[in-house]
Design a protein around this ligand. Sequence first.
Ligand code: GLP
Length: 243
Amino acid sequence: ILEDSERVAEWAARYVIKRINDFQPGPDKYFVLGLPTGSTPEGTYKKLVQYHMAGKISFKYVKTFNMDEYVGIPRDHVQSYHTFMWESLFKHIDINPVNVHILNGNAEDLEQECLSYEKKIVEAGGIELFIGGIGPDGHIAFNEPGSSLVSRTRVKTLNQETITANARFFNNDISQVPKQALTVGVGTVMEAREVMVLITGSHKAYALHMAIEEGVNHMWTVSAFQQHKRTIMLCDEDATLEL
Ligand code: GLP
């Protein structure tokens, strides 16, 4: 628990840098990082860019896999997760674009896209550190309430709460918010060797309570990480109001 979201961002960025810098890369040995979108990780990405500019971190031997992407909006749409990731992080750092993986929400065969994403994660050696955020209803990635806790990457229909929450990014017009997304499953994230969930703000307080103080429950999918061997729940004071 840290004082505010600024400190959460700083801690998260330093932790990612430490993990990458402690890693011994090789000709075909990359640090595999799972990444979220949303407003919560924005501060962390800003810090990572600053530390990169200051020469403290290189992403040359890093491969990334993003958690999710909307279905049916163009890849270069201002609100696609593809655009978000390139604008907030990738274009500012020295990562090789071939090492960036983001689900393609416009693939002709969405199921095949999800299967091959899982395959690519395995081929990369599995995810070393998966960073996540949560919705106010406790969903991680787009694993909405009711998702199986052993779910894999798949197409998911968003629930009304998520659509409403995301309308702020689509001119507050619910009709413009995509109704489906591709998302890694809870099971996919559970297989990462380490998970770090960022939770900030009082609007996430009840979700944090359900995540860690109640039982493991598929209606609050982030609660699955109580059973993960190495998970950090990194939060600010505001998010702890219900603990
Ligand atoms: C979306 C994303 C999640 C994210 C959540 C919270 O639903 N698919 O990965 O954690 O939003 O977003 P924010 O950080 O903006 O509250």
